[in-house]
Ligand binder design. Structure first.
Ligand code: NDP
Length: 339
C-alpha cells in the first residue's frame, strides 16, 4: 500500500520534503464484527486548509486537527468500496469524504462518507465542483453575499477551485464580475472560459488600490475574499456603502509566522460594510439542494470547471505545495487510480 507520509510539523512555507512516499505491506481488511470498510482511493483533493493541519495547533474537530508525524496525510477524496463490514456500504459503492493519502484506506467510521449517485459527470468533480469547494462557492455566494442582479462583484484567487465557480454564479445572476489571479494563463481563463467581464494579474499591479479603481469606478458591492492581507486592505478602500465581504479564506497569510496587519478597517463603519466569515462544513445540510442546482448547469455546459490533475501518489506532495505558489491552474487533484 503506497502512502504519502507527513514527516513533521511545519512553520513557515511547507515544502515537498515535509512529506515522503513509502510502501507498506500490512494486510488491510475490515475486522470481523466491525463496521469498517476498505476503500480504493481514486482522486485526492489538495486544499489550502491542509496547511493548517501541518502545524501543531489543536482543534476540536479531528478532521481539522494536526496530522500525526509518521502517518499518512489525510484529506478529502473520491474512493471505491472494495470490502465492507458495514450494512450501508457494499463493494463497488463510490463515495467521497475524508480519507488518507494512500492507495487503500481502512475506514473505521464510514458513516461520514457521502455516496456518489451521479456518475455521468467526471468522478474527480467530487473533489471540486461537486464536493467541498463547490459547496463553498455556493454557500459563500448565495448565503453570505446576499447578491442581487447587476451588482459589482470582485473575486480574488479567482481561477481556483472555489473562485472560478463564484464568478460563474455571479454571471448567471447578471452581475458585473472581475477576478484577479497570479498569471496570464489564469487571467485568460477567467475572461475566455469562465466569462468574467474582465480580470487582472495582481502580481503585475504595484498599486492594488489603483487597479481596483480601474475596474470598479463606482466601487465594489461584493468581495469574495480568498487571499487576505494587502488585497483586503485595497478592497476596503473600494467598497460601496452597504457592500458585503464573504471571508472565505486568506491564503496569503497561512504561511506567515506573523500575519500582516489590515489598516483600512474603519471603512467598515463609515461604509456600513458587512464582513462575514463562514466555514463550509456547517452547511452540508444544503448538499442535496446544491446538487439539484448545479448538475443541470454542468450537463448543459452552462457552468464549466477546470481541474489540474496530477498523476500518481508520487506527485501529491508537489501538488499540495503548489497551491501556495499558485502553480495549480484550476482545482488541484491527485489521481491515484482511474475508474
Ligand atoms: P485555489 O484552487 O484557489 O488554490 C490556491 C490559490 O491561491 C493559488 O493557485 C494561488 O493562485 C493563490 N495564492 C496562493 N498564495 C497566494 C498569496 N500569497 N497571495 C495571493 N494568492 C495566493 O484554492 P481553493 O479555491 O481551494 O481555496 C481558495 C480559498 O478558499 C483559500 O483561501 C481557502 O483557504 C478558502 N476555502 C475556504 C473554505 C471555507 O469553508 N471557508 C473552504 C474551502 C476553501 P494565484 O496564482 O491566483 O495567486
Amino acid at each position: 500500500n503506497k502512502q504519502v507520509i507527513f514527516k513533521d510539523y511545519v512553520t513557515g512555507f511547507p515544502k515537498e520534503s515535509d512529506m515522503y512516499v513509502t510502501t507498506t505491506t500490512r494486510e488491510l481488511a475490515p475486522p470481523q464484527g466491525s463496521k469498517a470498510v476498505l476503500v480504493k482511493n481514486l482522486y485526492l483533493s489538495c486544499d489550502p486548509y491542509l496547511r493548517g493541519r501541518m502545524s501543531n495547533q489543536p482543534s476540536n474537530d479531528p478532521d481539522f486537527g494536526p496530522f500525526t508525524p509518521g502517518s499518512p496525510i489525510q484529506g478529502l477524496g473520491v474512493a471505491e468500496v472494495v470490502d465492507s463490514s458495514h450494512p450501508d456500504f457494499k463493494i463497488g459503492d463510490l463515495v467521497w469524504g475524508n480519507t488518507s493519502w494512500e492507495e487503500y484506506s481502512l475506514i473505521t467510521a464510514p458513516e461520514g462518507f457521502i455516496k456518489i449517485q451521479h456518475t455521468d459527470v467526471p468522478l474527480s468533480y467530487y473533489t471540486g465542483i461537486l464536493g467541498m469547494p463547490g459547496m463553498t462557492a455556493y454557500v459563500g455566494f448565495y448565503e453570505i453575499c446576499s447578491p442581487k442582479e447587476g451588482e459589482r462583484v470582485y473575486i480574488s484567487a479567482a481561477s481556483g477551485a472555489v473562485g472560478q465557480l463564484v464568478g460563474q454564479f455571479a454571471k448567471l445572476l447578471g452581475c458585473y464580475v472581475i477576478g484577479s489571479a497570479g498569471s496570464k494563463e489564469k487571467v485568460d481563463l477567467l475572461k475566455d472560459k469562465f466569462g468574467f467581464d474582465d480580470a487582472f494579474n495582481y502580481k503585475e499591479e504595484p498599486d492594488l488600490d489603483a487597479a481596483l479603481k480601474r475596474y470598479f469606478s463606482e466601487g465594489i458591492d461584493i468581495y469574495f475574499e480568498n487571499v487576505g492581507g494587502k488585497m483586503l486592505d485595497a478592497v476596503l478602500l473600494n467598497m460601496r456603502p452597504h457592500g458585503r465581504i464573504a471571508a472565505c479564506g486568506m491564503i496569503s497569510q497561512y504561511n506567515l509566522e506573523q500575519p500582516e496587519g489590515v489598516h483600512n478597517l474603519t471603512t467598515i463603519v463609515f461604509k456600513r460594510i458587512r464582513l462575514e466569515g463562514f466555514i463550509v462544513f456547517e452547511y452540508y445540510h444544503l448538499y442535496s439542494k446544491f446538487l439539484d442546482f448545479i448538475l443541470p448547469y454542468i450537463r448543459e455546459g452552462k457552468i464549466v470547471y477546470v481541474e489540474d490533475i496530477a498523476e500518481g501518489l508520487e506527485s501529491a506532495p508537489a501538488a499540495l505545495i503548489g497551491l501556495f505558489s499558485g502553480r495549480n491552474v484550476g482545482k488541484q487533484v491527485v489521481a491515484v487510480a482511474h475508474k
